[in-house]
Ligand binder design. Structure first.
Ligand SMILES: Cc1cc2nc3c(=O)[nH]c(=O)nc-3n(C[C@H](O)[C@H](O)[C@H](O)COP(=O)(O)O)c2cc1C
Length: 201
């Protein structure tokens, strides 16, 4: 059922993620994260959001990757959450960038072991990428196994980073039914707060 939305859109987003999780939807906190390089060429990919607070979202990644290189040149970013089973979509626009290493070091121990090992794969292979970011066949698996057997993988590799997106616009879309149209509420930053209004869905 469509709800009336107002207030802080980050609070609504956190609640919608919680509701997707409570509904047992697969990967309830993944979003498509889009960046663009200095020439405006866009790049999008899926990431797993670990934190939604009152003014921002965070996810973890490695650097330098396409996304962090894009953000270093151009901090403008967009992101999309979509929960088809709930008939909900959220589109964000804002600015994004990397947080300091201490923040990432504090977050690393809580990450699932498989993702910690992937972080070490990036650490090993980022300096050895070929043209088009190609890796040698089998290199990812070899580095993953090597990290699994290395006690140093209990700590954050230097290339593992935290990216923070601070939205200034958020569009919340809710599906219609056979007898009612879809609805979209736009939130825009307004001083220290937000204003919200309906827009064409
Ligand atoms: C379900 C899913 C979750 C993912 N989560 C992350 C993530 O949290 N952080 C990340 O850097 N990459 C994540 N990835 C991999 C990215 O989509 C992407 O392939 C990788 O980050 C390299 O992106 P880039 O070269 O555009 O920077 C995820 C992929 C999938 C399919």
């Amino acid at each position: 059922m469509r709800e009336q939305l107002a207030g802080n859109p980050l609070d609504v987003l956190a609640r919608w993620v919680d509701e997707a999780r409570a509904a047992d939807l697969p990967m309830p906190s993944t979003m498509t994260f889009a960046t663009a390089d200095a020439d405006g060429v866009p790049h999008a990919r899926t990431v797993l959001v670990t934190t939604v607070d009152a003014c921002s979202l965070r996810f973890h990644s490695s650097t330098p990757t396409t996304k962090t290189q894009d953000l270093a040149a151009n901090p403008h970013a967009s992101a999309v959450f979509h929960w088809p089973a709930l008939g909900r979509q959220v589109v964000l626009q804002g600015r994004a960038g990397e947080l300091d290493g201490e923040t990432s070091s504090a977050a690393y121990p809580d990450r699932p072991r498989q993702l910690q090992l992937v972080a070490w794969v990036y650490e090993a292979l980022l300096p050895r990428l070929g043209p088009d970011r190609a890796v040698e066949p089998g290199a990812v698996e070899r580095e993953f196994d090597a990290a699994a057997g290395d006690p140093r993988s209990a700590r954050r590799p230097p290339s593992w980073t935290t990216v923070r997106l601070v939205p200034h616009r958020a569009d919340f879309w809710q599906a219609g039914t056979e007898t009612s149209p879809p609805g979209k509420t736009r939130f825009e930053r307004d001083g220290d707060g937000w204003r919200s209004f309906p827009v064409l869905p």
